[in-house]
Ligand binder design. Sequence first.
Ligand SMILES: Cc1ncc(COP(=O)(O)O)c(C=O)c1O
Length: 384
Amino acid sequence: MKRLAGKKNREMEFFELKTQYRRIEKQIKKSIESVFESGSFILGENVSLFEKEFAEFENAEGCVGVASGTEAIQIALQANGIGKGDEVITAANTAVPTVSAIECAGARPVLAEICIESYTIAPEKIEEKITEKTRAIVPVHLYGRSCDMKPILEIAEKHSLKVIEDCAQAHGAIYNGKKTGTMGNAGCFSFYPTKNLGAYGDAGAIVSNDKKIIEKAGMMRAYGEKKRHESEISGMNSRLDELQAAMLRVKLKHLGKWNDLRRKKAAFYGKLLEKSGLALPEEKSSAGHVYHLYVARAGKRDLFREKLLEKGIPTAVHYPKPVHFHPAFRYLGNKAGDFPNAEKACSQVVSLPLYPELPNEKIEFACEKIIETMKQNPNSFETK
Ligand SMILES: Cc1ncc(COP(=O)(O)O)c(C=O)c1O
């Protein structure tokens, strides 16, 4: 590496939101103030406008703002008629909330194997999981990379299954020219603060091209009401609030630019680590990655992370255990060895620092330390 990073650039954080906040502080404060001035805090103008603007961004017919990504999945499933007695197939390496949402909808989660290159559900492993009770597939666009949707949609069509896309990590990701979230029956987003589009608290949304689903989900998130004090269907309280919607409207304007920055920084990592021996994220033009996370794979991953931390490089793991290794999901009846790719991925994945404001000098510094660590520990961390 030509330029040695200065001291300031050696202070790495895995992730931070303050720099972004400083850059949009005035707009955020103005948006908060306008909500307080309006005196309207629940299902007001900002929620309606955000729903319209986010639907436009995602090229969807409609959008319903809800309280979290988990409830977005739950409501989307229920709005599609899925509940008690039904089985829903999803990826064995997903974040736990995908599975919790399926349970909250009343259905039984059924785990399926993943592709080791993409970390997303392996289409060829789905059909063997289908029973007469299967009603839906929840493909998870993990880390910001689209699942291979064409075969998934074909399987769904063949077996009359619904497809509810988990887009919690994939705002703006594109598969063969289509936005993730718009290919199945509904797409579910989380606006947890660290997401590519993050609120300042919990928030989520459902998008769909089916107006009936949008209408139903809109009722379900507010006690099943179409008009005040008249519940037409069963529902709950999962409203996106005006303050979060107002702040999300500010941030949505920057999302395209932030996603571009994430892609550029990921490409920079890719260039610097090309010969490192780590397995790097697979780039496929059809999968329109938005790099919510930059996830590599290393052998002896935990030791690798310790060595990097000693050199000042913080990393994270998304996620250390596949779903069936959690005590809460033992009842599903899966055992170690059932999903070799998911299990291998969970034992090797390591997320490197990546966010739109991360200076390139820090990426250079991190890569310098990674390569140094690999050289100091030959035949230890290579996965390629
Ligand atoms: C893949 C995935 N699905 C679902 C969720 C749930 O979103 P939330 O935390 O907003 O409920 C998350 C959030 O962490 C996620 O990463």
